[in-house]
Design a protein around this ligand. Sequence first.
Ligand code: DC
Length: 224
Amino acid sequence: MMRRLIIAIDGPSGAGKGTVARAVAARLGYRHVDTGAMYRAVAWKALQQGLDPRDEANVARIADSASFDLEQGRVRIDGHDVARAIRTPEIDAAAAAVARHPAVRRALVARQRLLGSGGGVVMEGRDIGTAVFPDADVKIYLDASPEERARRRAADPAHASSQGAQLTDVATALAARDKSDSTRAVSPLAIAPDAVVIDTTGTDIDETVQRVMEIVNWRLKTEG
Ligand code: DC
């Protein structure tokens, strides 16, 4: 019986993490866990309760106590289906603020470890290979040029900002989020030393999926 791996996929927004992680999970029959959706759902609930996303203690209470359902593309927090509601410019900004709080990260990282500890998981985020599962079996870091990432985000039908948004506005917001994600004190977006870096600029998503599958298959083979 083949061991079921932990596969970490990190990188900035618009690098193609979601599409690649979903496809790889489907091919392997693994679970796909989108950890960004957890930060977004916590931000959604905080705003719903009239909290300031910068209010660390109260936001951390939500991260600690909420129930999440992230199975099969669902995103539910405490029973609310927020799959669409969390893809807005307002939540983009609130989630980045929420993700800066050490207490929020502690709570969500603990939950992510529980979700992935048994293996058979493709987990995507910013700190999966560096902080959540530093011993992950496969670590991929996906990247793309800022221009390409902004283009993809603007063309993403799942994202509310894509409706009539100017590409320059999307690029500006993305750059602000990149800065917030990579300069925060706790678990900033960073490349794990043992990650395989794949630049997806100008490449077909299927090519990237194929590349990741080769790395996974090699890993499975060398396990014996
Ligand atoms: O991947 P995303 O855009 O849905 O992530 C939403 C926010 O959460 C973004 O600001 C990055 C942050 N995030 C994080 O800090 N750590 C993760 N593991 C996943 C997302």
